[in-house]
Design a protein around this ligand. Structure first.
Ligand code: SF4
Length: 333
């Protein structure tokens, strides 16, 4: 399965034991259902590497095998059909091990992602740069690229994540200046769902606005589906992916409806629909349609009844309790 380079794809990582094929496949299916494009699985032992072939038989998206320390796990994962290998060449032993992985990937035509994290920086680079800096991160990544290039391997993706948002952004900007390889971007160990999503949106958003990034991962301490949903919202907010965009007002003293409940219900009922539309839920009919005039469709609370509007123009007055239902009917959803 080829991993596209032409559009920004969303990655997530399973949290199941990879060797538990049934649980891993079930989680990947849930990820597929919410729009995950590429999934990564941890391969901490031979059992996990062996499981890759049966996992692959039951899923529809490319699978990346995440390997640390033991190059034999990478070789087995490649043999079992992984679509990409993520390694830090600095921690898989001697250069012969790296060469063996490169040759195996080349024979199968699959890429390697060099994944450097701030926690895995070489001691000599930490000393040279006085700690974890963008320069140190980039030097580490490029050193690994050079090593793979020595073995005539060029099908490379790069990542250089840190948990510090400004440092991550500086690192990727520098990396982009110095190399053309596709980049997997994200803020690592971003935290729990709320703060992790905000940190990721700031870091990933800044980079994507600079045109930097080919695949993204929102790294959250939450169910992985939440990572995918957050990533989709980031891409939609930047105009990089279609879909239903729900906008809703924060409400104020003019509000006539329960905006929060209606917005949440509308979002839930439109989830997964393959439509490129902006839908607004606004608290009042006086300002709502005007404030949300860019929305394709919208709901606003009126005096005793609600209104449905399209592109700022009122198209129907509806009893309050039927607002969402009627909107969906008009949208033919
Ligand atoms: Fe207030 Fe109406 Fe604007 Fe919502 S749309 S914030 S209720 S003025």
């Amino acid at each position: 399965m080829k991993i596209e380079k032409s559009r920004i794809t969303i990655q997530s990582m399973t949290t199941t034991k990879t060797a538990d094929t049934a649980a891993t496949v079930a989680q990947i299916k849930r990820l597929e259902a919410v729009g995950c494009d590429i999934v990564r699985v941890a391969v901490p032992n031979m059992e996990s590497a062996e499981a890759i072939s049966s996992i692959k038989e039951n899923i529809n998206i490319p699978l990346v095998a995440d390997i640390h320390f033991d190059h034999r796990l990478a070789l087995r994962a490649i043999e079992r059909g992984a679509d990409k290998i993520r390694i830090n060449p600095g921690n898989v032993g001697n250069t012969e091990n790296v060469k063996a992985i490169a040759n195996a990937c080349k024979a199968k035509g699959i890429p390697i992602r060099i994944g450097v994290n701030s926690g895995s920086l070489e001691k000599k680079l930490l000393e040279k740069h006085g700690g974890v800096t963008a320069e140190a991160m980039v030097e580490s990544v490029l050193g690994h690229v050079k090593l793979l290039n020595q073995y005539d391997f060029d099908d490379i993706w790069l990542s250089a994540k840190t948990s510090d948002v400004p440092l991550t952004v500086r690192t990727y900007r520098l990396l982009r200046e110095r190399t053309d390889y596709p980049l997997h971007i994200g803020v690592t160990e971003a935290g729990t769902e709320y703060s992790g999503t905000i940190k990721s949106a700031v870091g990933i958003g800044a980079l994507l606005l600079d045109g930097i990034g080919d695949t993204i991962r929102v790294s959250l301490t939450a169910e992985p589906e939440r990572e995918v949903i957050a990533a989709k919202v980031i891409l939609k907010a930047l105009g990089l992916r279609g879909g239903i965009d729900i906008i809703s007002c924060p409400t104020c003293g003019r509000c006539n409806i329960d905006v929060r409940e209606i917005a949440e219900e509308t979002e839930r009922r439109l989830e997964g629909k393959s439509l490129n539309l902006t839908v607004a839920v606004m608290g009042c009919a006086v300002n709502g349609p005007g404030e949300a005039s860019r929305a394709d469709y919208g709901i606003a609370g009126g005096d005793g009844e609600g209104i449905i509007f399209a592109k700022g123009k009122i198209i129907k007055k509806v009893p309050m309790k039927n607002l969402t239902e009627e909107l969906l009917r008009i949208m033919e959803c």
